[in-house]
Design a binder for this molecule. Structure first.
Ligand code: ZN
Length: 431
């Protein structure tokens, strides 16, 4: 007869055990009086079956079935007494664990809600009518994420953690294929990483084929030392970004040469204007630039992108040759293959190292230093070239968690939060 009520209250699994249930709408909350059917019990102390009813007690249990208003179960719990040893004990409580006052259902709903990385402890507390600390306690007790076992391809990168941590940057390990967080390590310091990796069993480490990283010496040294069998690949987007920064600096230097200024040796206002206004032409992929007529506001002209690029490159020979060399590298990065990239990479390194501009010579040195790792960046798994792409999207989720991180002050909690909300398959501990 109470079937609907029981169903609405998410207590269907206890249907056969409920003797009486009654819902009362109070001013601020919903109260549910519950009495369970009397069952055969045994004394927990002497195991005797000679038991008598002793008394009732009320237990208030928070049971958030609706987010509109708090709902409280008032469980009419029996106390029994053993006729043999006089021990007084409680009837079983199927709604929650021994000393808790939050129902299993509420606890699971809260944890489920926290699986979304956008949801903060504060939001959750408001939604479930609990204190923030209470939500944090529930989370801390339920989630203790373990490091995932190491996959074939690992992406390694850092994330800025600010107040979360005594170190500025934490280190994130990601499974390239499954896009799952393997672990979040509190620092990216080399010695710490070496210690961390050294503790992982050798057999597990031997299965790792590739580490993908930015051009960061500490990562390379730590991985070379602790994963002698793994290859290291540089994220190719990272190289292109580095190269674009170099081009940007050359462009700014060139542009400022032509700034209208009394002390400038040469000045041509249009050179300055065009380099500044169409700065992106030098770093953006040409095919991605708008293909129609582009307005040049100051001169009230409409030019096609090819005319603009030609104009920009006509301004300065150094800038032009830097741009051409960058485009040659970009082409190489897009089209080369692992087995055959050696010659062109050597030729590129030579061209950069012997360029007239010092910035490009420095970049050439970097290419040389990371040559093997650049070659390895052409490795592919299931036809997918290795990269740190997956970690970039993960890091943006992590940044959201950090940005809205009221109540995350402990690194372990932060780490659990990240793994719980990003991996979605972290088991909930029943304590
Ligand atoms: Zn007893």
């Amino acid at each position: 007869m109470y079937d609907d009520t029981i169903h609405i209250l998410q207590l269907s699994h206890l249907k056969d055990k409920i003797e009486h249930i009654e819902v009362r709408a109070e001013k601020q909350s919903l109260e549910v009086m519950i009495l369970l059917k009397r069952s055969i019990v045994m004394c927990p102390k002497c195991e005797s079956k000679f038991i008598r009813f002793h008394s009732y007690s009320y237990r208030k249990i928070i049971h958030s079935i609706s987010t509109g208003q708090p709902c409280i179960l008032k469980f009419h719990q029996r106390k029994y007494q053993c006729k043999v040893c006089s021990r007084v004990f409680n009837e079983d409580n199927p709604f929650t664990t021994k000393h808790a006052n939050i129902s299993h259902y509420t606890r699971l709903s809260i944890l489920n809600y926290l699986k979304d990385f956008n949801h903060t402890f504060t939001d959750t507390a408001a939604l479930f009518h609990l204190s923030i600390q209470r939500v944090i306690d529930i989370f801390d007790q339920a989630v203790d994420a373990r490091r995932r076992s190491l996959p074939e391809v690992i992406c390694i990168d850092e994330v800025y953690t600010n107040k979360m941590n005594k170190y500025k940057y934490a280190c994130v390990l990601l499974d390239f294929k499954a896009s799952k967080v393997i672990d979040v390590i509190s620092t990216r310091h080399k010695n710490y990483l070496i210690q961390y990796f050294s503790r992982i069993p050798k057999a597990e480490k031997d299965e790792v084929k590739v580490f993908v990283m930015d051009m960061w010496d500490s990562y390379r040294e730590a991985v070379q030392l602790t994963f002698p069998k793994a290859m290291i690949a540089i994220d190719s987007f990272h190289i292109i970004r580095t190269l674009n920064d170099v081009i940007r600096n050359i462009r700014i230097r060139t542009q400022n040469k032509y700034r209208l200024h009394k002390s400038s040796p040469e000045h041509d206002d249009m050179y300055y204007y065009m380099l500044k206004k169409f700065h992106y032409f030098l770093v953006k992929n040409y095919e991605n630039i708008y293909d129609g007529k582009i307005r040049i506001a100051k001169y009230n002209m409409y030019w096609h992108k090819s005319e603009i690029l030609d104009y920009l490159l006509s301004i300065d020979d150094d800038l032009k040759s830097a741009y051409r060399l960058k485009e040659r590298y970009r082409e190489f990065n897009l089209t080369a293959e692992y087995d055959t990239c050696d010659d062109e990479l050597n030729a590129l390194i030579y061209a950069f190292r012997n360029h007239s501009l010092v910035e490009l010579r420095v970049f050439g040195k970097t290419l040389e230093k990371w040559k093997i790792e650049i070659q390895n960046s052409f490795l592919a798994f299931n036809k997918r070239r290795v990269s740190n792409g997956p970690i970039e999207s993960t890091n943006s989720k992590i940044k959201t968690i950090i940005k809205t991180a009221n109540g995350i002050r402990k690194f372990t909690r932060f780490r659990n939060r990240v793994m719980f909300a990003i991996n979605k398959d972290i088991p909930i501990q029943n304590k």
